[in-house]
Design a protein around this ligand. Structure first.
Ligand code: F6R
Length: 241
């Protein structure tokens, strides 16, 4: 059953997410992290809490959801760079404890398998998720099997077009593939916190919570997870029963 927390706006959603996250900011915990605009407010609160309260990440591990294929980690649009810019560079986490799927070099499928093995050894205590307006979680677009593990995936044409603005408006520079945790990987997390704000997420939120469990809406599988909290603002929750 999905536990729903309704808030007014993005700031309150970030406050709620941080309040839930805070209980996992302890030695030995494993955090599952996402990129995108949704978790930025949460990460800002984690940085502030580290600075003001000295919350330490020295004995915390993290696993990110996804990364582009073929993009150097030094590229500002890589998820590696995103995570360092917005969180890791501002807390005392050890680089060895940071895990981001590898999208560079040979044998990416083999590296993807190894990523799942690492997660199996250090199961995620709490996974942060955003949701796409088509119901995707991580880079698992509609139609992705619910039992998928970490894998290489082609980006949807619409995603490639959307991303063009981050790559000098030059479509040839936009990554066409990504490596992503699968839906089966994400479902192994012990607890999941999904944040959805803004009216363009409203239909996806409705399909996730009120709709059938169907691969057409990847996030609908969360109805089967034992411990999911969805934080929605007024706009994203506007179509809910
Ligand atoms: C990011 C990710 C994506 C985003 C989703 C929402 O690691 O896996 O699924 O969570 O696309 O993106 P934003 O937050 O930018 O609306």
């Amino acid at each position: 059953m999905i536990n729903i927390i309704r808030v007014h706006n993005y700031d309150e959603a970030s406050d709620q997410a941080f309040a839930l996250m805070k209980q996992y900011l302890q030695p030995g915990k494993v955090l599952g992290l996402a990129t995108g605009s949704t978790p930025l407010g949460l990460y800002a609160r984690m940085v502030k809490d580290h600075e003001e309260n000295g919350t330490s990440y020295l004995e915390i591990k993290t696993f990110n959801l996804d990364e582009y294929v073929g993009l150097e980690i030094t590229h500002p649009e890589s998820y590696y760079a995103f995570m360092h810019r917005n969180l890791f560079d501002h807390i005392d986490i050890l680089e060895d404890n940071v895990h981001i799927p590898c999208g560079l070099g040979e044998d990416l499928e083999e590296k993807a398998r190894e990523y799942d093995e690492m997660i199996d050894q250090d199961p995620v205590d709490v996974q942060i998720l955003g949701i796409g307006s088509d119901g995707h979680i991580a880079f698992n677009e509609p139609g992705t099997p619910f039992d998928s593990l970490t894998h290489i995936t082609d980006l949807a044409e619409s995603t490639i077009q959307d991303n063009c603005r981050f790559f000098d408006n030059d479509i040839t520079k936009v990554p066409k593939q990504a490596v992503t945790q699968g839906i089966g990987t994400i479902m192994k997390a012990r607890n999941i916190i999904l944040i959805a704000t803004g009216v363009n997420k409203a239909q996806a939120v409705k399909d996730m919570i009120d709709g059938p469990i169907d691969e057409a809406c990847p996030a609908s599988i969360l109805q089967k997870h034992p411990n999911v909290t969805v934080i929605v603002d007024e706009a994203a929750g506007s179509l809910l029963a």
